[in-house]
Design a binder for this molecule. Structure first.
Ligand code: ZN
Length: 454
């Protein structure tokens, strides 16, 4: 039996050679690279192709992206295979960009393909995922509430129009409106960056091809009711100066008749301060609907009014008839006013009194504020007579009334104070709109206009 396994010298040599061969083949197999999904460069007869495959840790997203790219690649190859050679080669290119902010990672693919015609066809594709859990996210997962998308739409519209103005592009308002309409498909490409939410609109989306892509940044402070809080808290702490106004107890006003004096078109130096200096006599607080254009000139007066416990609302920036403005100008009137007010008192106003009381449903949605009108028109600006003004107020006074006055005129201030002197005897309390809402225990609705508070 032993003799049968004993190899001859020749056999030994053969066996050793075989072993070496097997080892060489084995090593060769081990060294053969697996399909490299990092780069692919192909030069065909009539085309070139260059692909950067995304190199990311998230396997699921990587797989999705690779299969998306490979589909597009196949389409490209198919569409050009029967085409004749041209002077300029057909071309296909894929690049990608990765960004990370807080716990969201974004993979953005950019695909250019040239298959004839005037120019390349560009395609953008973005993937979002939580970098802690790996879970894929969509815009829908990030939105704070049901009306967030329409808020995002208004913000995007505004910032694209602002971009257009700042860069003298003169974009078509209609096209911008359409491209920023409240549809998820309009907001497929965005990134969170230090300054805010950066939204990318590929060419053709909000502007003609020649303008290329349009990128806007919406600051985080504008996104509070749009994107879930957890995604918009920026790194580091923002040291916003807080100014604390006097908050008075409302207990003593329970059961009294309430009336809200409101003053438009200010602030003014002499007359507004005269009012502020006399309010304590009647235990009164009032509401100012100020003009954004006047605020910086009368900073101290505005701050004093606010710190005393009066309410500051917006009367827009330049007192234009909002019904005659385009959407961009409407938003600008609102936004600029809110900004200058916030810079001084630390908070944005929530109440809007549109100039001339002119407003409609669309403007309300753009402004996203509470519309406060009036039901007692003193005609103070015309009368300029303190007694007649006071008479008008006292005559029409009722619980929940809102009185319209203007703090530009001394006669208006004197008339208001005279009326207070009368009305306090009739058990009236003089409150801000906010105080009246609290005392009457109601919630304001942004879609309504309030002539009085009932
Ligand atoms: Zn006015």
């Amino acid at each position: 039996m032993r003799s049968s396994i004993k190899l001859s010298e020749k056999g030994k040599k053969f066996f050793t050679s075989l072993l070496i061969l097997v080892m060489v083949i084995f090593l060769a197999i081990c060294n053969t690279p697996k399909k490299d999904y990092k780069h692919e460069i192909l030069e065909g007869d009539n085309y070139s192709l260059k692909i950067d495959y995304p190199d990311i840790k998230n396997k699921l997203i990587a797989k999705e992206a690779i299969s998306f790219i490979d589909d597009r690649k196949k389409e490209f190859i198919n569409s050009i295979k029967d085409l004749e050679k041209k002077e300029s080669k057909y071309d296909f290119s894929v690049t990608y960009n990765l960004s990370s902010y807080n716990n969201i990672d974004v993979l953005h693919l950019l695909i250019f393909s040239y298959t004839g015609g005037a120019h390349y066809i560009r395609e953008d594709k973005s993937y979002y995922y939580n970098n802690q859990t790996g879970k894929e996210l969509t815009l829908n997962d990030l939105l704070a509430s049901d009306d967030s998308l329409s808020k995002l739409s208004n913000l995007a519209y505004y910032y694209v129009m602002e971009y257009s103005h700042n860069n003298s592009l003169n974009l078509s308002e209609e096209m911008v409106r359409e491209g920023t309409e409240a549809k998820l498909d309009n907001f497929l490409h965005f990134t969170f960056i230090q300054e805010g939410l950066e939204i990318l609109f590929p060419p053709y989306h909000v502007a003609a091809w020649a303008y290329g892509e349009i990128k806007i940044i919406i600051p985080y402070n504008e996104l509070r009711e749009v994107i879930k809080e957890e995604y918009i808290i920026p790194h580091g702490n923002n040291n916003e100066e807080t100014i604390n106004p006097k908050v008075r107890s409302l207990d003593e006003f329970q059961g009294k008749k309430l009336i809200a004096f409101t003053f438009d078109d200010g602030p003014a130096l002499k007359s507004t301060n005269k009012l502020l200096d006399n309010l304590d006599k009647y235990n009164a607080r009032v509401t100012f609907f100020v003009l954004g254009s006047r605020v910086n000139q009368y900073k101290d007066t505005l701050k004093k009014a606010y710190l005393q416990g009066n309410q500051i609302g917006s009367h827009t920036y330049s007192h234009l008839n909002l019904l005659k403005l385009n959407d961009y100008d409407i938003i600008r009137e609102i936004k600029n006013t809110n900004k200058v007010i916030k810079d001084i008192i630390g908070v944005e106003p929530t109440l809007l009194r549109p100039p001339y009381g002119n407003i409609n449903k669309e403007i309300k949605s753009l402004a996203d504020m509470y519309t406060i009108l009036w039901d007692i028109d003193t005609e103070d600006w015309k009368l300029k007579d303190k007694n007649k003004i006071a008479e008008n107020i006292v005559k029409y006074a009722h619980d929940g009334a809102i009185v319209l006055l203007h703090d530009l005129y001394d006669t208006s201030i004197e008339g208001a104070l005279l009326a207070m002197e009368q009305l306090i005897k009739e058990d009236y309390a003089f409150v801000t709109i906010e105080e009246m809402i609290k005392l009457k225990n109601i919630n304001l609705d942004k879609e309504k206009s309030y002539f009085s508070i009932k």
